[in-house]
Design a protein around this ligand. Structure first.
Ligand SMILES: CC(C)(COP(=O)(O)OP(=O)(O)OC[C@H]1O[C@@H](n2cnc3c(N)ncnc32)[C@H](O)[C@@H]1OP(=O)(O)O)[C@@H](O)C(=O)NCCC(=O)NCCS
Length: 213
């Protein structure tokens, strides 16, 4: 997970509780094209992560619950500690999308600390210059595969209400609205819709419930 090679999100069942991202074989000549690749952040890449995150908040202020003002000015040590501890945690999957080695997007998968059945997707963003070539879908698929491999029963997210590329991306992947829209953040007039993707069939969920009772 610390390597800087390109990854897909396949997991080794034999890898114990710690899911492992398996290096993917690049298509021949892929390095010479503008095709996006996805990989997990390395622990020491906090500057790359910080810059992407701040670009995302500046570019798409209506897409996230957090704000540029809230996240600008954080101490370098805090960014570094946050990323390093997350990369080391089986409950987090911080992902970077790249084109020709240039960071162009990110997404963050997280398993709920109090309920390992629940996974969530945060921070999905692709730079405007690189939208529409599949990076968003690749990030989403990687987080879905990781959450499945972690044996989560569902993957949740929140998306600002309206017809948007993000909403279409999530609907295409099978996410369903959950509950009533809520303010994007306290005091906001924008609404966000919670959405959920069921990762297990009904029979599997029944079995898991019986095993845990
Ligand atoms: C949502 C977001 C991450 C999608 O990223 P993306 O990399 O553009 O996503 P994709 O390329 O996978 O898909 C986007 C569109 O391109 C199309 N597309 C993807 N690959 C394509 C290809 N090879 N050729 C033609 N079209 C393609 C998709 O069908 C999709 O079309 P649609 O918008 O009409 O539904 C991006 O728009 C973004 O960062 N938005 C602002 C932040 C945001 O809303 N984040 C979500 C927070 S919940």
């Amino acid at each position: 997970m610390r390597s800087s090679r390109a990854y897909n999100s396949g997991m080794h069942a034999a890898d114990g509780l710690r899911p492992r991202l398996i290096p993917t074989v690049r298509q021949q000549g892929n390095l010479m094209t503008d095709a996006p690749t996805i990989r997990a952040f390395s622990a020491n890449e906090w500057r790359v992560y910080r810059d992407l995150r701040l670009r995302a908040l500046a570019d798409s202020p209506d897409a996230f619950g957090s704000t540029l003002a809230a996240e600008t000015g954080g101490l370098d040590a805090e960014w570094a500690r946050h990323l390093a501890s997350s990369v080391d945690s089986p409950l987090n999957l911080p992902l970077v999308a790249e084109v020709r080695g240039e960071p162009i997007g990110l997404a963050w998968g997280r398993i709920d600390t109090s309920d390992p059945d629940l996974a969530a997707l945060y921070q999905m963003w692709v730079a405007p210059s690189h939208r529409g070539v599949g990076a968003g879908q690749m990030l989403l698929k990687a987080v879905i595969a990781w959450a499945r491999a972690r044996n989560a029963s569902s993957l949740d997210l929140g998306v600002t209400c309206g017809d948007s590329p993000a909403r279409r991306l999530y609907e295409r992947a099978g996410f369903q609205p959950m509950g009533e829209p809520q303010p994007l953040r306290p005091g906001s007039t924008l609404l966000a819709q919670a959405m959920r993707l069921a990762l297990r069939g009904a029979a599997e969920q029944d079995g898991a419930a019986r095993r845990s009772s």
